[in-house]
Design a binder for this molecule. Structure first.
Ligand SMILES: Nc1ncnc2c1ncn2[C@@H]1O[C@H](COP(=O)(O)OP(=O)(O)OP(=O)(O)O)[C@@H](O)[C@H]1O
Ligand SMILES: Nc1ccn([C@@H]2O[C@H](COP(=O)(O)O)[C@@H](O)[C@H]2O)c(=O)n1
Length: 223
């Protein structure tokens, strides 16, 4: 079976950035599990399904017509033939994702779809429950975190770079609300796996975090 490195952690800790770099460096597959929850939230909301209707949202998750197309600029996400790459990255869709992610049948419906990404030569899996639920036997598990203030500041700069207006206090508040919902839900809550190494990126650059994870991968004898 192909080897897996899991990187879990709260929103804005840098998981997506670090996972994409590592997957590129190693030539491994990449699972952005958050995108699956974002797409499910978007699809359910477009179908006007109540976001607390576990069975109905799970049916949407099970039937998702979604394709991830790797491009030189990143991964393009196609939902029912429509390019939703930018749409799913909004804070609004992040909030939809975090609501449907609390539903047990939705998580069950997405489980095998995530495990199917485990292909040779290896997989880097980004999410909240990669090391605890989806790939409990992963070879290397990382829990990447940072203070809510620093994560809010990163999100703020990201939005300004894209030409959007944003309020830093409101972003920090949103991040805290999402942390709270993700950490306190009954099923697959956000938490480090017992055998995960925690990296706090508050005071680290992206390069330093990538080097730290690459070091763990080398020490585990995976490359
Ligand atoms: N160590 C770091 N130092 C400074 N900026 C960083 C660091 N890590 C990530 N960033 C920046 O923070 C922003 C959020 O990073 P990223 O999207 O990778 O986080 P994430 O953990 O995947 O969040 P989410 O779970 O919400 O998708 C990006 O603009 C990224 O460039
Ligand atoms: N394994 C996962 C991944 C994500 N979620 C939920 O989706 C939301 C969006 O995730 P991003 O990583 O794209 O920001 C996130 O807030 C979680 O609620 C999850 O539950 N499990």
């Amino acid at each position: 079976m192909a080897v897996v490195i899991t990187i879990d952690g709260p929103s804005g800790a840098g998981k997506g950035t670090v996972c994409a770099r590592l997957a590129e460096q190693l030539g491994w597959h990449l699972l952005d599990s958050g995108a699956l929850y974002r797409i499910t939230g978007l699809a359910a909301s477009r179908k006007q399904i109540a976001l607390d209707d576990d069975a109905a949202v799970a049916a949407v998750a099970a039937a998702l017509d979604v394709h991830f197309e790797p491009l030189a600029t990143g991964v393009q996400v196609m939902l029912e033939g429509e390019n939703v790459t930018d749409t799913i990255r909004t804070e609004k869709v992040g909030s939809l994702a975090s609501q449907v992610a609390a539903l047990p049948a939705v998580r069950a419906a997405l489980l095998q779809r995530q495990r199917d990404f485990r292909l040779t030569p290896g997989l880097i899996a980004d999410g909240r429950d990669m090391g605890t639920v989806v790939f409990p036997n992963a070879e290397v598990k990382v829990f990447l975190t940072a203070s809510a203030e620093e994560r809010g500041r990163r999100r703020y700069e990201q939005l300004l770079d894209k030409g959007f207006n944003a309020s830093l206090p409101a972003l920090i508040e949103d991040i805290r609300a999402r942390d709270d919902r993700d950490s306190n839900r009954a099923v697959a809550p956000l938490k480090p796996a017992d055998d995960a190494i925690t990296i706090d990126s508050t005071e680290l650059t992206i390069d330093q975090v990538c080097e730290h994870v690459a070091d763990l991968v080398r020490k585990a004898g995976l490359v």
